[in-house]
Design a protein around this ligand. Structure first.
Ligand code: HSE
Length: 409
């Protein structure tokens, strides 16, 4: 028999407990030993059939030598970091769904696990129930991965989808996402792109081999996206998605970003709707590979946590090869100047003057939509260096407002 513990009994933690307890025969037979949930750590009281398992004292778990595998599903960096590190130092394997913890401390915790012959696994931290981290490190390990794109946040994808399909404005869509339980009461981490940013850090670290810190990822959320932007995108055959992106550069560095992006209807990512997530990778042997599924939610995320616990049980005292180097300040090229096409929306009370300036600065050759009623011109630039596009945009005179969005075109 093997004893395990769960730290946290929120949405994901209760899902983990329910799978391990309600499907115990299935889990135990697949790891070839009875699995016993010995402790659940939470400061709150719960009226559940397994309430005798609760403890409020972390040290009960830490100091029980029979507990070999621990799931950390509390969220946040502290005290999760302290608890996880102490468990690993005692030789207990730890699995987590906590992307904030992995993005901030992943390289260090992997090293602590290695030094103590334990495992630190975190499949559930990216893409919820979608198997993506194991496939990167195992199934695709013969490849050189050079680029990663992803729709990594279910809440923002749900909101954007409502704006696109139902013409619902941002605030109403956010409120609906909260009412349905997708978005948190404080939705900042989702709508400002922080959650997607943490997932980009983890994907880039696993895919490219070196830790990437959240402050190295240029991050923009979806709060400035309007129904007008969505409608213009549609006119260019695109939908707006919050895209996480990381790419290896020729100079050995990488670039990483999260931004609202126009995605062509021809791209597979354009069809990822609602709370679903997708991760697309380019491997030098496989070419493009896409992982798709439920990126959030109790059962889907708990499924990935339990799978990691089962993996740890099958690899007790055998470190799995899952690691990356520590990061450094220079590794992410924050001033990288990509060749790109931008979506640009310019607006002025003087529509004739606006058209004249547009023709002078951008040559009038771009695909564009002119809307005299609103005094607006929307266009997609030719592909050129971002700095060159930005330089042209500075030439628009006072009285002209300029809004830009990234594209994947
Ligand atoms: N808030 C996250 C999302 C949960 O909406 O995708 C899963 O990480």
């Amino acid at each position: 028999m093997i004893d395990v513990a769960i730290m946290g009994h929120g949405v994901v933690g209760s899902g983990v407990a329910e799978i391990l307890i309600n499907h115990n025969d299935r889990i135990s037979s697949r790891v070839k030993t009875p699995v016993n949930v010995k402790y659940i750590l939470d400061l709150r009281d719960f009226d559940v059939p397994y309430s005798e398992k609760f403890t409020k004292d972390f040290n009960v778990i830490l100091n029980d030598p029979d507990v070999k595998v621990v799931a950390e599903v509390m969220g946040g960096v502290n005290p999760a970091y302290d608890f996880v590190k102490k468990c690993l130092e005692k030789g207990k394997s730890v699995v987590t769904s906590n992307k904030e913890l992995v993005a901030a401390k992943g390289a260090e915790l992997i090293k602590v696990a290695e030094d103590n012959n334990a495992n630190f696994l975190f499949e559930a931290s990216v893409g919820g129930g979608i198997p993506v981290l194991h496939p990167i490190t195992e199934c695709m390990c013969a490849n050189e991965i050079d680029e990663i794109w992803g729709i990594l946040n279910g809440t923002t994808n749900y909101i954007l989808n409502k704006m696109i399909v139902d013409n619902m404005d941002f605030d109403t869509a956010l409120k609906l996402a909260q009412d349905l339980g997708f978005a948190e009461k404080d939705p900042t981490a989702d709508i400002e792109g922080h959650d997607a940013c943490r997932k980009v850090c983890i994907l880039a670290a696993l895919g490219f081999g070196k830790h990437v810190y959240p402050n190295q990822v240029k991050t923009e959320g979806i709060t400035k996206i309007t129904l007008d932007d969505v409608a213009y995108a549609e006119k260019f055959g695109c939908v707006i998605k919050l895209i996480g992106h990381a790419k290896k550069l020729k100079n050995g560095k990488i670039t990483a970003s999260v931004s609202p992006t126009l995605v062509s209807r021809d791209c597979i990512l354009s069809g990822v709707n609602g709370v679903f997530n997708a991760v697309m990778l380019n491997g030098d042997q496989t070419g493009e590979v896409v992982f798709y599924g439920k990126g959030a939610g109790k059962e889907a995320t708990a499924s990935a946590v339990v799978a990691d616990m089962m993996d740890c049980i099958k690899h007790l005292e055998k470190g799995k090869i899952l690691s990356w180097e520590d990061g450094d300040n220079d590794y992410v090229d924050m001033s990288f100047d990509p060749e790109t096409r931008l979506f640009v929306l310019i607006k002025s009370d003087d529509f004739d003057g606006l058209k004249t300036q547009f023709n002078e600065i951008f040559g009038g050759n771009n695909t564009n939509v002119k809307n005299a009623e609103n005094g607006e011109i929307a266009f997609i630039t030719e592909k050129e260096k971002l700095s060159a596009i930005e330089q042209k945009l500075t030439l628009f005179k006072n009285g002209i407002s300029v809004k830009t969005l990234q594209t994947m075109l």
